[in-house]
Design a protein around this ligand. Structure first.
Ligand SMILES: [Zn+2]
Length: 464
């Protein structure tokens, strides 16, 4: 149908070039999709996703950044086929539909409005579901009542969805609400963090310019005043749980998702702001959380964490892993990974991270695996003047890196050659030099002597 020109309106699903600055701070006009439209003090704002760019670059833009001449209207048919393989159709007026969802629907519905809640494979075969927020639960005090209420599930009434340490593949990618980042800014200790992705914090907090977190217990508060009031009562200066590693200013704390549920859930909410490829579920009980901190006179400040299933049937030694943005690109990510393999070594097992990995996660793992394997290969001494020999299994046993990951890394580095009937690994000068340069930059290392960790056999323990 032909739409008269004065009625042309940009709605969700429209595509058009949008002005943005690239890394060199130059203007560029990549094609973007409009995910949402809102009006703030009479001015329209458009939430755009740049096609072929990572979602973390999605943002609200004003109309002067839109190239209206190249506007493409949404196609009637949805791109993604439904379960039975037939294309589903989008609602005829997506704009109104989305607005309603954003404004009035309670949190849990918002997390997955129309699609069935995807199931998490669990040992007893039942799917874990998000527990809805309590929309009717009004709080008396401005700061959300006592410290014992909202984020404490001990009363059995959670006011935020429960989540696990595992974040399973996100199948709700077409869900407009969860595709949009909903928290503007988080203040965590001396850092201000700009979230990259949606996180299911309570709806009423998503309109705040800044969400305040207690950097030690991770409780979320709606104002600086509330935070200050909280800090007079909160005496934590480190994550809960046991400190199982300390060297210099770096410590690791082990937190049981069952014993410290509130902390674990708050950690998952914070982490979700920076992890997109997975979805959160309610139950933290089956997970351990390893939080890395850096110490100063004010306390142990969270740098990053990873979660791990207490029992994994698939050799997973990491479920979710995150270095908080202020600490990224400084070697902390690799330190988290190294720590996860040190735990596996103590357990006498090989391990692998749960898939899928994020783009940044895969880069860190690739680099960790490469350096770890090259370290071993370069340490090999000639055997009676013969070429040194090592098997894939031996590499895997020494490093606790799962065999498949050893093989994929050797292939990625292109070290494997077939020569006169056998496989040989060839280390070129480029590889050796590159490795030596990389290792000189790797100042942060885990010292196994500083790890005080006894693995527990969770299968022998009662679930409760
Ligand atoms: Zn606190």
């Amino acid at each position: 149908p032909v739409i008269p020109e004065d009625q042309v309106e940009i709605v969700e699903g429209c595509r058009l070039p949008v002005l943005r600055k690239n890394q060199e701070h130059e203007d560029e006009w990549p094609l973007a999709e409009i995910l949402s439209v809102k009006e703030v003090s009479g001015r329209k704002l458009y939430y755009v996703h740049y096609i072929d760019f990572n979602k973390r670059l999605d943002e609200w833009v004003t109309s002067d950044r839109l190239d209206m001449k190249k506007l493409q209207f949404p196609k009637k048919e949805a791109k993604t086929p439904t379960k039975n393989g037939l294309p589903g159709s989008r609602p005829s007026s997506p704009e109104r539909e989305v607005k309603r969802k954003v404004e009035t629907v309670p949190l849990a519905t918002q997390v997955s409005p129309a699609t069935p809640v995807p199931s998490l494979p669990s040992s007893n075969g039942t799917a874990r579901r998000l527990i809805p927020a309590q929309p009717g639960r009004k709080r008396k005090a401005n700061c959300g009542g006592t410290d014992e209420d909202s984020q404490d599930s001990s009363d059995g009434i959670p006011s935020a969805p429960r989540m696990t340490g595992s974040l399973v593949s996100d199948r709700s990618h077409d869900d407009i609400v969860t595709r949009m980042k909903n928290i503007e800014c988080i203040e965590l200790g001396r850092h201000r963090l700009k979230p990259w992705y949606f996180s299911p914090y309570p709806q009423e907090l998503t309109t705040l310019p800044i969400l305040y977190l207690c950097e030690f217990c991770l409780k979320y508060l709606k104002s600086l005043k509330c935070l200050q009031r909280h800090l007079t009562k909160c005496n934590l200066r480190h994550p809960p749980g046991n400190e199982i590693y300390r060297k210099g200013t770096i410590s690791f704390f082990e937190i049981d998702g069952r014993k410290n549920k509130t902390y674990s859930q708050n950690l998952c909410l914070l982490a979700k702001c920076f992890l997109d490829h997975k979805t959160l579920y309610y139950d933290t009980d089956p997970f351990l959380f390893y939080v890395m901190t850096e110490y100063d006179s004010k306390g142990f400040h969270i740098v990053g964490y990873f979660s791990k299933e207490k029992e994994s049937t698939e050799d997973y030694n990491v479920a979710c892993i995150l270095t908080l943005p202020p600490y990224q690109r400084r070697g902390y990510g690799k330190l988290l990974i190294e720590f996860s393999y040190e735990l596996s070594k103590v357990e006498g097992k090989t391990g692998t991270p749960e898939k899928p990995l994020s783009d940044l996660g895969l880069l860190s793992y690739r680099s960790y695996w490469s350096q770890t394997i090259l370290e071993i290969l370069m340490d090999l001494k000639p055997d009676n003047g013969e070429r040194p020999q090592i098997t894939i299994n031996e590499i895997s046993e020494i490093t606790s890196v799962k065999k498949e990951d050893v093989i994929s890394t050797l292939q990625y580095l292109n070290l494997i050659n077939y020569y006169k009937g056998q496989y040989i690994l060839t280390l070129s000068e480029d590889i050796v030099e590159g490795h030596e340069r990389a290792m000189q930059k790797r100042h942060l290392r885990i010292d196994p002597k500083c790890l005080h960790f006894t693995p527990k056999d969770w299968s022998k323990r009662g679930k409760w």
